[in-house]
Design a protein around this ligand. Structure first.
Ligand code: SF4
Ligand code: SF4
Length: 279
């Protein structure tokens, strides 16, 4: 079973939910940190990394001694990542989505794909949990290929917990795609509700089963609960504001290690997700 933990915005406690859900299961679990711009799961789980590999993506390199400057590559590029001038071809590597269109269309084979480094893939273990994370290179914006590389390491025999990037754009869609269930983490604030509605629209479009976890559920108003009721969205778990959770977080200690009484709640969260996936 693949469970993604996502949120419409950062700072809602998404990683806290993902980490503690994984820990509550104890074994046969894979934790995939697909929040590659800011992978934080390792701070709490403290895995021992055993394997590191560089992840790249192919971008075009033009041999201008062969190029006839016909402009076909620029015409096919949806992303305006390659432009043809009189006597030269410019590649804007940060805009390139590695679709291969330009080198396939070039009539004289003047374009060769070259690997551009995006970040690293790190794999290790923490107890019985297999831990995999992507770490995007500083300043790099193209995260989906690295997220796909993290997901490629997925073991379907295990319960896979994906810590997805925040937001509702390409990276999160790449991360949650093909999940059996998405847990959307939110807070009972106007911003939390606004971003939750966007995340719900995205997940509904993708046709994935989902439910909501409300973190710090007693800090704001009940608009999130009312919204979920109106939209018939299951609230899977509510975590009240607890100073001890914040203290454990600031020390990099997972919630259920510092406060074992929460472990059962996370186990029940998993059972509820499993029940909904099977139904
Ligand atoms: S398609 Fe090939 S030959 Fe034409 S401009 Fe691009 S690189 Fe040059
Ligand atoms: S690989 Fe695709 S996105 Fe990149 S420059 Fe070529 S056509 Fe554009």
């Amino acid at each position: 079973m693949i469970i993604s933990v996502a949120s419409g915005k950062g700072g809602t406690g998404k990683t806290t939910i993902a980490v503690n859900l994984a820990l509550s299961l104890e074994k046969n679990v894979q934790y995939l940190d697909c929040d590659v711009e800011e992978p934080n799961g390792h701070i709490f789980l403290k895995p021992k990394f055993e394997k590191t590999s560089i992840v790249g993506t192919p971008i075009p390199e033009v041999d201008e001694s062969i190029c006839t400057f016909c402009g076909k590559c620029a015409e096919i590029c949806e992303y305006h990542a390659i432009i043809v001038l009189k006597g030269s071809v410019l590649v804007f590597k940060e805009l390139c989505h590695s679709c291969a269109g330009c080198w396939l269309v070039c009539p004289v084979n003047a374009i060769r794909p070259q690997e551009r480094e995006l970040g690293v893939l790190e794999q290790g273990n923490v107890g019985e949990i297999e831990f995999i994370q992507g770490q995007l290179r500083i300043g790099e914006a193209m995260s989906p290929p690295l997220i796909r590389a993290v997901k490629k390491a997925m073991d379907p025999r295990k319960t896979v917990i994906i810590d997805a990037p925040p937001g509702t754009s390409c990276p999160v869609i790449t991360a949650v795609k093909n999940s059996d269930f998405v847990i959307l983490v939110t807070e009972p604030t106007p911003f939390g509700l606004h971003d939750l509605t966007l995340a719900v629209a995205m997940i509904r479009t993708m046709g994935i089963k989902f439910g909501v976890v409300i973190n710090r559920s007693d800090i704001g108003h009940d608009a999130v609960q009312k919204y979920c009721e109106r939209e018939q969205i299951p609230i899977l778990m509510e975590i009240k504001n607890d100073r001890r959770i914040a203290e454990a977080y600031s020390r990099g200690v997972p919630m259920i290690k510092a406060l074992p009484e929460y472990k059962t709640q996370f186990q029940q969260l998993y059972q509820e997700v499993e029940r909904r996936v099977r139904s």
